[in-house]
Design a protein around this ligand. Structure first.
Ligand SMILES: C[S@@+](CC[C@H](N)C(=O)[O-])C[C@H]1O[C@@H](n2cnc3c(N)ncnc32)[C@H](O)[C@@H]1O
Length: 347
């Protein structure tokens, strides 16, 4: 059975992952015997580029193929129904490795698995948290951040954050209100109700959709730094082919080397992503033309073939998050969620 089909941005995301993991294990080569890799949303053994049909390794296979030096303990989480296929493929391809595929909701399963790994928590640890929507919960990020409690450095986090997706989930038309189900999902993602201050400012039309998106991203980065204690967070936006942001990739570390390495990798990605996007658009146009029996090279001029990208897409500059300013009250963490309770907050 082929893997899931993805857009060009999947290749971009996985390039960043591969480059960082390579650098991460190399940096620990003479300093550690163990290296741990956690993949909270492990996906399929391979992905298929939906334009070219090419197959590319999924994150699990990428982590397992890092070899100089390799990760020594790898834990992959995936939904119950998809885990067996991943497990079978990985065990066949990487026999003898200390790898485990754990089926079920990663938010439920990660804490107990981290407990089992606790005796090795001296090991440099990297966690990839790559949901396709709003499934990654704050308690999971917190458990990962606390895994190496008492050690010098925390587990590094590489998180896909779909802020634009929940902008679509949060209605702003007159008289509308967010559904309880979605409000609870977002509470769980943030571990706080503070996102409501942004939403309410948006409802009052005090901020634009793009300001709201920036605020949602800022709140997540702020909490990673201030609540979980990461020293640096980096984020880079990822655009779909037409140019809308589909997610942000947030990296959190408290290690100087991690900070420096990911800053360089993000700067390189910022230069490469627009070209990859332009190439994906060109290819899509070509496929459309060919399906109509037209020759794109004869029928399109260069400008149409090579869709322009915004000049500001090419730069990456690290800016720390700022203290969220839209909430008047002190921020509080949610421990027990009461369905609907958060909606009581006045506008
Ligand atoms: C974006 S894909 C992961 C892609 C993969 N990391 C890669 O780069 O090749 C997200 C995956 O998360 C899985 N998933 C969704 N909710 C989950 C949950 N609560 N626990 C574990 N896996 C989940 C989905 O089945 C899907 O395969």
């Amino acid at each position: 059975m082929p893997g899931r089909a993805w857009g060009y941005w999947t290749r971009g995301k996985l390039d960043i992952l591969q480059r960082y993991l390579d650098a991460f294990t190399t940096a620990t080569k003479n300093k550690a015997f163990e290296r741990i890799y956690i993949d909270a949303f492990a996906g399929e053994p391979e992905n298929i580029d939906r334009l070219t049909g090419e197959s590319l390794k999924g994150s699990a296979a990428i982590a397992l193929s890092i070899d100089d030096p390799p990760f020594t303990r790898l834990r992959f989480f995936e939904k119950e129904d998809k885990a067996p296929r991943l497990k079978k493929a990985l065990l066949a391809k990487y026999p003898g490795r200390d790898l485990k595929v754990i089926g079920g909701d990663c938010n439920e399963r990660i804490p107990s698995e981290l407990n089992i790994l606790r005796e090795w928590n001296r090991a440099p640890t990297f966690a990839f948290v790559d949901p396709s929507g709003m499934q990654a919960e704050w308690r999971t990020l917190k458990a990962l951040a606390q895994f190496k409690k008492g050690r010098k450095w925390k587990a590094e986090l590489f998180l896909l954050f779909a802020a634009p997706m929940f902008i679509r989930t949060l209605p702003v038309d007159d008289g509308s209100r967010v559904s309880d189900v979605n409000a609870i999902k977002i509470d769980r993602m943030y571990g706080t109700e503070d996102w409501l201050c942004i939403y309410h400012a948006r409802l009052r039309k005090e901020i634009s959709p793009s300001q709201a998106r920036d605020e949602y991203l800022n709140l997540m980065r702020w909490r990673l730094e201030k609540n979980l204690g990461y020293r640096w967070t980096h984020s880079i936006e990822v655009l779909n082919e037409p140019g809308s942001i589909i997610y942000y990739m947030i990296f959190a570390t408290d290690h100087e080397a991690g900070n420096r390495i990911m800053r360089d990798i993000y700067a390189k990605a910022a230069r490469e992503f627009p070209k990859m996007r332009a190439e994906a658009r060109r290819l899509r146009r070509q496929i459309e033309y060919e399906s109509r029996g037209q020759n794109p090279l004869l029928d399109l001029d260069d400008e149409e073939l090579y869709a322009p990208v915004r000049s500001d897409e090419y730069f990456y500059e690290h800016e720390p998050p700022s203290r969220p300013s839209l909430c008047e009250r002190e921020s509080t963490d949610i421990t027990e969620l009461q369905p609907g309770s958060q909606l009581a907050m006045p506008l």
